[in-house]
Every structure is written in C-alpha cells, then in structure tokens.
Design a binder for this molecule. Structure first.
Ligand SMILES: *Cc1c(COP(=O)(O)O)cnc(C)c1O
Length: 648
C-alpha cells in the first residue's frame, strides 16, 4: 500500500483542499478563489458568479505574444481597494458621529508606474484622493498628474530651497501642496523662500512620537527615527513661524509609524500621542485642520490575522475605527474642532491588484529507473538494495510505527555515507556512486509514502521530506520582480494557478534564472508560520506549469534591480467589461536585452559590430562558414530585440 492508497488519503482531493493548503481561503479575501476546473478565479470587483479564469487569461495573453513571466494588474481591484478604504472611514465617521472628513493621499513611492498613478488619480477623483511625494522627482509626478484642486499634495522627504519654492508656486497654480517640516533646518528654508516669493506654502509638521514601534520598521518611530521633530523642536519651530508671520499657514500634523504595522496596539498609542500634540498645536495658535496618520496600514499576506510580520491583527474597519474614535475623543474633550483625517496608505491600496505569473522550465527531479542488480555489486550498494527491499515490506498501519521508519531511514543514511567514503578512497566507481544515490532516494521515497498524514510529521521526519525536495526552475528573477523576498525575507502568497483539483504530491522550492545562490524562493506562508518547502504538482515536460505570486503591487517593481541583466517583465492592465468579459487597457512591454545593455552604458550596435568583425576574421581563417556566421549574427540581432527571459 502506498501513501495514496492509505484510507486517510483516499478521499478525493478537491479545490477546497488546495484552498486550505495554500491559505487562499484566508489571504485571497474578496478577489481570489478556485473554480470548478481547478484554476484560480479572479473577481476584481468582489465575489460574483463568474470570475475570470486566470489560466484562460494566461493562454489568451500568450496568444497575443505576451509571454510569461507576466505581471497582471487588475485595475478594478485597485479601485475596489480605494472604495473599501473610503467606505471603512465613512462607516467609522458615521458610527462615531465624527464631525469631520477623511481624505486620503497615495504615497507615490509605493508604486510610481505611470498607469498606476494615473488610474488612482482617475478613480480617486470622487474622494479627492491626493498624492504624497517623498522626493523632487515624485513631486514632479504629483504636480503634473493632480488636476483636482481639492486633492492634497503632501510634500515629504528632504527639501532644498528649490523643492520648497516649487511647492509655493504650485499653490499659485491652484494646487494644495503641504510642505511637511521633517528636519529643523527646513523651517529656515521655508521662511527664506516665502520671503523671496512673497507667498507661503501650506505648512505641516512631522512629529517624532515616543510610542514604541514594532515589527520590521520599528525604528521609523521613536526618538531615534530618521524624520520628524521632537517636542522641543516643535516648540522652537512654532516660535520661528510665529516670528515670521507664518504660523497661520501651519495646518497639518503628520506622523508615520513605519510600514506594515502588524499590531493595532502600536497604532492606538501613536494616535493618542498625536491627538494630544494636535490639540496643543491648536492651543499654541496654529489654525490646523488636518491630521495625517501616515502609512502603515498593513496587508494580511499570510491570512493568519495575527501580529506577525506577514500579517495584521486588525481589519481595515478596525483601523479606521481607531483613527476616527481616538482623534474624535481627544479633540472633543478639549473642545477643539476635529481635523480632516488624512492617511498615506500605500501598501494597503496597491498590494492586491498585481499578480506575478511565472512558468517552470524544469525540475531537479531524477526519474530514471534503478538498474537491476548485477552479480558483483559493491557492499554499500548491496546494503542499500537490501534496505529498500525491507522498507517495501513494511505495511502502512493506521497507527504508524515511527520506530520502524526511523530504523530503516538510519540504515539508508549509514549505507549512503559508506558509499561516499568508499568513493573518496577510490573503491567506488562513478556509476556505482550514482546507483547508491538513486537507491537512497528510493528508500526515502518509500519511507515517506508510509506516513499517512504528512501534515503531522514529527520534527525528525521533516528530514525525510527535505531529502525528497525538488528544485523547480522558475522563469523569473527574484531580484527584478520580488526583491523584498530576498532583501528582507518578506513573504508573499505563492501557489500554482491551475491543477488545483489534483493533489500536489511533491515538495519543492524555486530557483530563479540568475546565477546568484540567493536567487530563490524557499520560504512560504504556512498558517501564520513559515515553511521551507511548498507542496507542488509533478512537473510534466510538455505542459505549462504556472505559478502565481500574489499581493505584490506595492514596492516590488521599483526596488527590483537588473542583477544578471534580467529586466522588467511584460505587464498588462486588465479591466472588466460590462458583459463580464475583460479588456486589456494597457500593455507595458518588458525590457528587451538591448534596453538592459544600454542601462549599463553598452551600445548594442557596437557590440554587434565587434562580433561581425570577429566573424569576418574567422571566415578568412576558414574556421567559420559564411552561412554559420550569418546564422550567429541573426540570432544575436533578434535576441537584442527580445525579452531577457526564456521562451520555450
Ligand atoms: C513609505 C511611506 C508611506 C507609505 O507607507 P505604507 O505602509 O505603504 O502605507 C507613507 N508615508 C510616509 C512618510 C512614508 O515614508
């Protein structure tokens, strides 16, 4: 009896099992589920009867010569996230009878791509969604894309005089730029620029809160943080503004407690502290009007609803409730008009709408049959054959006898060691060593098949599982497309997008196309924890096996780099149409090899010309035929125009 025959495993595998296994039922929220074909179905506007079949979409995109790896952006999801955020604040404002409004800004640094920012401006117009800029280049984007005079333009980051002057002049264009003082010396530059131009910007102050942070970005908050003014600095700044008749322009208090705040308790503390500062600024004579709670609204990447780094122990609604209730209470008990609440939620808006899809090029699995025993086989090989035979005699019991499994596993490991030692000393041939390794693997596999429920694997037997693990070669560069998995071990949900009615029988991890040993995906979400191997299906050589990485719309694209000269992937923007179908709004072609070479200051034409000269020399010498030289040049020329990824 094998693993699959065991009574506990006979129940037919279904989409529901896949959904639980990969956590899709939890992180997939309103947008992702599995349809009756066992494919991932996307409902960009929330649950409907007919979602888009992601696998069908891939086939149709491939038909348009848009090959994997591919980034698919569902603009309807982006819009839906905006709606959800605004509805959450609206609900809280109604529930707590808050006498003010909510007005968001999107932090451009989260995803600067043109179509993304344009899309947000267009579908955020309804709520006067503004933008937050953290540099002069981002300010330029914000200035030229915001065409709504009610939308805010929050100016953060280091600011020189030109930055401040630009903001002041933009105010005269009718925009609403708010220059947030984040360093004490910025106030002097604001004063100088205002005097020179005879006009002032709207001013904000970023406070350094003393509340403790948590999680990965905990140093963003507290006295040691990079940005913001301490309380004494705030007092000095107020004095200076007053002295230069600018206090009237101080309208906003800002704080930012780091990205992906996992624990709501941290936010509550920060809100109470900021509320008190807001009240105090009012009392010091500043007109105020806005309280900007920064970013930090988290995404539940692993679906566990906990305070670990890949999750959040609160919902969108909890977040809005805390902001509205805390600030409302603080102002009311001090008889101060409540502020317009601003948040700079980037991750929470932009994560869900983007899916990275990549195909598998092959695996490390060795499927060769074990050769029959011959007469004079060496001792370690004979021992391994014997061990395998004994294992095959073991029966699956409803209560498994782990000591038997342990014993056989110890034997197999011991005999494999013997074989390796003998090889080192010259007593074992290369084919004999190959045979020993094959037999060890067969022992491991047979042992593993005796364990009925691999979910409950005791620690010791995890080794069996990892000995069976397979590398899946992914047509992807993690450095380009998912840099945070490498840089900060961030977890994103990863799973096959099809064959989900079929039990995944393999354990694998992914190696990417770069020749960097860090270029891999080997940490996966696991119901609030992590695991180093993912359940995957057997790879079939002539069939596409497509893996999706989800919730990656925030930060990944701009942080990605050109390691090994793998460039951007193709990206498409999809919108649902009225009849439930879809249309492709934009196609953004990925980098060609020519593009990435030029980014490194190489001239592709010059590179080709050098090769042409080299091939002429080889033709003269008679080592290269003219037709082959032409073939070589054709390959190179075509290749330059094509994507940096592999096509089969
Ligand atoms: C990065 C950043 C944000 C965005 O944070 P998210 O966690 O993505 O919402 C907002 N405000 C400031 C000042 C930032 O630096």
């Amino acid at each position: 009896m094998t693993f699959a025959d065991h009574p506990q495993n006979q129940k037919k595998w279904s989409a529901i099992d896949s959904s639980t296994l990969y956590g899709l039922d939890r992180w997939g929220t309103r947008y992702f589920s599995i349809n009756s074909y066992g494919n991932i179905s996307v409902s960009p506007k929330g649950p409907t009867e007919h979602g888009l079949d992601l696998m069908d979409l891939v086939k149709e995109l491939e038909g348009r010569n848009l090959m994997l790896p591919l980034l698919i952006r569902f603009d309807d999801i982006l819009e839906d996230r905006l709606i959800s955020l605004h509805m959450a604040f609206k609900n809280s404002i109604d529930e707590y009878n808050y006498k003010g409004e909510y007005q968001g800004v999107f932090p451009i640094k989260c995803n600067q791509k043109r179509h993304v920012v344009e899309e947000l401006i267009s579908c955020g117009r309804h709520w006067n969604l503004g933008l937050e800029a953290g540099s002069k280049a981002e300010l330029l984007i914000a200035l030229s894309l915001i065409d709504n005079d009610k939308a805010l333009l929050v100016c953060n980051g280091y600011k020189d005089e030109r930055y401040i002057e630009t903001a002041i002049l933009a105010r005269q264009l009718g925009r609403q730029p708010i220059v947030v003082i984040e360093q004490t010396d910025e106030v002097d530059r604001i004063i100088k620029a205002s005097q020179e131009l005879g006009s002032a910007p709207i001013i904000g102050i970023r406070a350094k809160l003393s509340s403790k942070g948590s999680g990965r970005w905990k140093s963003t908050i507290g006295e040691k943080s990079k940005f913001g003014l301490t309380i004494p600095e705030i007092i000095q700044t107020i004095e200076k503004l007053k002295k230069h008749q600018l206090l009237n322009e101080l309208k906003l208090l800002h704080f930012h407690i780091g990205s992906q705040v996992s624990d709501i308790a941290i936010l509550k503390d920060a809100l109470q502290e900021a509320g008190q500062i807001y009240v105090a600024l009012n009392k010091l004579g500043a007109p105020m009007g806005y309280l900007d709670v920064g970013g930090g609204l988290g995404v539940d990447y692993d679906g566990s609803s906990t305070n670990n780094e890949a999750s959040t122990n609160y919902s969108l609604q909890n977040y809005a409730n805390d902001v509205v209730a805390t600030i409302g209470e603080c102002c009311e008990s001090n008889n101060i008009k409540v502020p317009t609440l601003v948040s700079e939620s980037g991750r929470a808006i932009a994560s869900h709408f983007s899916i990275l899809l990549f195909n598998i090029l092959g695996t490390s699995e060795n499927k060769n049959e074990i050769p029959k025993a011959t007469k004079d086989e060496c001792l370690p090989v004979r021992n391994l054959r014997e061990t395998l035979k004994n294992i095959q005699k073991l029966k699956v019991l409803s209560k498994i006898d782990y000591s038997k499994i342990q014993e056989a596993w110890n034997d197999a490991i011991k005999f494999k060691e013997d074989a390796l030692n003998a090889f080192r000393l010259g007593y074992l041939t290369l084919p004999e060593r190959a045979l020993a390794e094959q037999l060890t693997l067969a022992c491991t596999e047979s042992l593993f098949n005796l364990i009925p429920n691999n979910e409950l694997l005791p620690e010791e037997f995890k080794k069996l599982q990892s000995a069976l693990s397979i590398t899946y070669y992914a047509n992807l560069s993690v450095f380009r497309s998912a840099p945070d998995t490498w840089a900060i071990n961030q977890l994103f949900p990863i799973m096959p997008i099809h064959r989900l009615n079929e039990k995944p029988t393999k354990f694998g991890h992914f190696a990417d196309l770069t020749c960097d040993s860090d270029g891999k995906l080997s940490q996966f979400i696991n119901h609030g924890g992590t695991k180093s191997l993912l359940e995957l299906h057997e790879f079939k050589a002539n069939e596409n096996y497509v893996i999706g990485m989800f919730l990656i719309g925030a930060y990944q694209e701009v942080m990605g780099n050109l390691h090994n000269l793998f460039g951007s992937t193709n990206a498409v923007h999809i919108r649902l149409t009225e009849n439930g179908n879809y249309k492709i709004d934009h196609v953004v072609r990925g980098n060609s090899k020519s593009d990435v070479l030029m980014a490194m200051e190489h001239d592709p034409k010059l590179l080709l010309e050098r090769l042409r000269i080299a091939s002429e020399v080889a033709i003269q010498k008679g080592s290269l035929k003219i037709s082959d030289a032409q073939r070589l040049m054709d390959h190179l020329e075509n290749s330059l125009r094509q994507s940096t990824y592999l096509h089969q």
